[in-house]
Ligand binder design. Structure first.
Ligand SMILES: Cc1cc2nc3c(=O)[nH]c(=O)nc-3n(C[C@H](O)[C@H](O)[C@H](O)COP(=O)(O)OP(=O)(O)OC[C@H]3O[C@@H](n4cnc5c(N)ncnc54)[C@H](O)[C@@H]3O)c2cc1C
Length: 427
């Protein structure tokens, strides 16, 4: 249930994802009036747990609570009695390029290579060098397998699209949790009867006058300022028009950030475990020319009866054009080559949420382009003292993450509310 909407609020928040909900929470604490405008019929945005398709909760968007020691969602999960499963050191089931099981030492080799590549990338960034990560990665055993994880599947862009400077500036994602009841469900607990107008698409933001005029599919709302939390995929699609045009430095910041793509393909089985341990990662080595096209798996997360397949980066953008059935078939056939027996006998159904073509996300999460380090900070600077961008793309060292989105919303709300208070005082 949503509370009645205030008319002429001080602040309009666009988007009811993690960032918009945290901005709402902060403004409520500060006693500043606001309304949230959300284009879809639900809260959460890219944090979305759904339980109908499989009869068990599946996170279509975010699922890991990363860097859990100081992640708001660890505390929130504990307070709300969610089941948080430690996923900091998952078992790795490693396969060779031909699909045969790797020898035991392979995982050790893989871990050593991961450490080495991370060190080199961080060191390059630390020295202020902002170049594509692929340029400095050495040739090491199972290095291609790690690059596939780190690029296409973690950063949601390929390794040649990762900025070494951003890599250095990214906070460590360990330790981490996965959530049995779903991280999307956990994020949804943020809603404290906030005034949210659902099914209300923002079409235009006019900040040419003394305040802001926001034109939506359901009419026009006036306010003193606006916090815009939509993804940079949505901003780049120019579905929302700005009057006047965004200043050059904001536009430049936006141009310096790319929208990545991670596609999750949950595959439901009949309870058989196909030889894979719960919560383990299933991955295979790949040839250098195939980096980015690997499809890796998380088996039976928190004991559920499904395996989640992941594809990302350019490969995922291309496969997304072919449709859901093709994607599911691709993931299933990859798994088949590893499991070693007829998994189709046990397979019930699968799906892939289309973040690529979803008009409310236009991708999964953002990555700074090589050479453009600093773009996130620039994007988070208030425009004309009445428009501020928030959301994961503005979240500095927590960018791309659901907790980063949360922190950015809180910060934007504090900044814009202070600006309004100062303006009121000087009147
Ligand atoms: C597949 C996938 C896996 C991920 N995995 C992880 C993970 O494991 N751990 C992690 O920390 N993060 C992960 N993330 C990233 C995380 O989900 C996001 O960083 C975070 O949820 C973004 O929150 P946000 O508030 O910035 O944006 P959003 O959640 O996108 O919120 C923006 C809101 O704006 C709405 N909107 C869009 N256009 C309009 C409009 N014109 N008018 C009004 N409303 C509009 C949208 O509907 C949406 O609700 C993942 C994301 C995806 C997609």
């Amino acid at each position: 249930m949503s509370a009645p909407l205030p008319t002429n609020p001080d602040i309009i928040i666009i988007g009811a994802g993690s960032s918009g909900l945290s901005a709402a929470k902060k403004l409520q604490e500060l006693g500043t009036s606001y309304v949230v405008l959300e284009a879809s019929d639900r809260i959460g945005g890219r944090a979305y747990t759904e339980s109908n398709i499989f009869g068990q909760p599946v996170d279509h968007g975010c699922s890991w609570i990363s860097g859990s020691n100081d992640n708001i969602f660890s505390n929130l999960g504990k307070i709300n009695n969610f089941t948080l499963v430690d996923h900091s050191n998952p078992k790795i089931e490693m396969f060779e390029r031909d699909g045969t099981k790797s020898p035991k030492e392979a995982v050790k080799e893989y871990n050593k290579s991961e450490f080495k590549i991370k060190e080199i990338l961080r060191d390059t960034g630390r020295r202020g060098i902002d170049i594509p990560a692929s340029r400095v990665i050495p040739k090491v055993p199972y290095g291609e397998c790690f690059q596939n994880w780190e690029g296409a599947l973690n950063y949601a862009v390929d390794v040649d699209q990762i900025s070494t400077a951003e890599y250095w500036n990214t906070k460590d994602t360990q330790p981490s949790f996965i959530v049995k009841e779903g991280l999307g469900n956990l994020v949804a607990t943020l809603n404290n009867n906030f005034p949210i107008a659902f099914n209300t698409s923002v079409l235009k933001i006019d900040y040419s006058g003394s305040g802001v005029k926001v034109i939506t599919s359901n009419g026009t709302i006036l306010a003193k300022a606006c916090i815009c939390t939509v993804s940079i995929g949505v901003l780049k699609s120019e579905k929302i028009k700005f009057t006047p045009k965004l200043p050059n430095k904001t536009q430049k910041a936006l141009d310096g950030i790319q929208m990545g793509l991670l596609v999750k393909i949950p595959l439901l089985f009949d309870g058989s475990r196909l030889g894979f341990t719960e919560n383990s990662f299933v991955q295979y080595d790949i040839a250098p020319e195939n980096i980015g096209s690997g499809c890796y798996f998380l088996a039976w997360p928190t004991g559920h009866d499904y395996i989640v397949a992941f594809i990302g980066g350019r490969f995922a953008w291309n496969l997304s054009k072919q449709g859901e059935d093709e994607i599911v078939e691709y993931a299933l056939s990859k798994l088949e080559t590893l499991a070693g027996y007829d998994i189709r006998k046990h397979f019930l159904k699968g799906f892939a949420f289309d973040w690529a073509n979803n008009p409310l996300s236009k991708g999964s999460y953002s990555a700074v382009k090589p050479g453009c380090y600093g773009a996130r900070e620039m994007l988070s600077e208030p425009v004309a003292d009445k428009l501020i961008f928030a959301g994961e793309a503005t979240a500095g060292d927590l960018a791309g993450l659901v907790n980063g989105a949360y922190e950015s919303g809180k910060m934007a709300a504090t900044r814009i509310s202070n600006i309004i208070k100062l303006k009121n005082k000087s009147l």
